[in-house]
Design a protein around this ligand. Structure first.
Ligand SMILES: CSCCC(=O)C(=O)COP(=O)(O)O
Ligand SMILES: [Mg+2]
Length: 249
């Protein structure tokens, strides 16, 4: 079974969903108040303990290159975390640091209660599920692998990060469609950020803005919008699971 694109006179099915994480499946507050502070606290100990790890060395080389002249790399990393900079080497290092937090149980990946039931229903219906986030692919697998709804990684066929390009660039979405071997207009992109949706739309994707007002998202008016994943399902003809009280948003 496939979902239907909304707003068309004769609806055409979408066969895949590409979803953002922060602000879409997961609260912005969780990222800002749990994940980022954990990485901030872990930074010195992690870098001291992994000074010879080739992945860490490569990230620090890129950090030194991108930081201001004379700026200590650790200070630059802290500054970028405070600014929520979407800089690949920072995102890689954060993912490596979060791994310990998820493994110890100190961190559990937040998902809005409506998300997992919809993802399961859509996967059961044969909709291909994929992730595109500024967080590293490793970090994406951690958040869905250690989520409040259990390990959901098996639901996803593809995980994409900024190695595919920036989230506000149409070329990134075209490259992802190519990797998925699907026409762009077969893919529905879900995000809270209008500029990301604009780029996906330019690449030919169907788009829907998640406007979770409790997370502070403001509707752009430039894309179809939904307050939660069941709202997406209704708008695009995807299966709508019956939600129990705890799963209702
Ligand atoms: C992959 S979970 C960590 C979230 C994160 O670091 C981030 O930058 C989220 O960006 P998104 O593109 O998912 O809004
Ligand atoms: Mg987002």
């Amino acid at each position: 079974m496939s979902g239907l694109r909304s707003g068309t006179a004769s609806p055409v099915p979408v066969s895949a969903v590409l979803t953002d994480i922060e602000g879409t499946t997961t609260s912005i507050a969780f990222v800002k108040d749990v994940l980022f502070p954990f990485a901030e606290r872990s930074l010195d100990g992690f870098l001291d303990a992994h000074a010879d790890d080739p992945e860490v060395v490569a990230c620090l080389t890129a950090v030194r290159r991108a930081a201001g002249a004379g700026e200590d790399p650790r200070a630059a990393l802290r500054r970028w975390m405070a600014e929520d900079a979407k800089f690949g080497p920072l995102k890689t290092l954060q993912g490596l640091m979060w791994r310990a937090g998820y493994a110890s149980g100190e961190i559990t990946g937040h998902l809005w209660p409506d998300v997992a039931p919809c993802l399961r229903a859509w996967a059961r219906a044969g909709i291909g599920l994929n992730v595109y986030s500024s967080g590293s692919v490793a970090a994406q697998k951690l958040i869905f692998g250690h989520s409040v709804a259990g390990d959901l990684t098996g639901l996803f066929g593809g995980f994409f990060d900024t190695a595919m390009g920036g989230k506000r660039e149409a070329a990134s979405y075209a490259a992802i469609a190519e990797r998925l071997a699907l026409p762009s207009d077969d893919i529905l992109f879900l995000s809270d950020v209008a500029e990301e949706l604009d780029a996906a739309k330019t690449a030919g994707y169907a788009t829907c803005q998640l406007v979770r007002s409790e997370d502070g998202t403001v509707a752009s008016g430039r894309h179809p919008q939904a307050a939660d994943f069941p709202g997406v399902a209704v708008a695009f003809g995807l299966p709508v699971p019956r939600l129990s009280q705890g799963e209702a948003a």
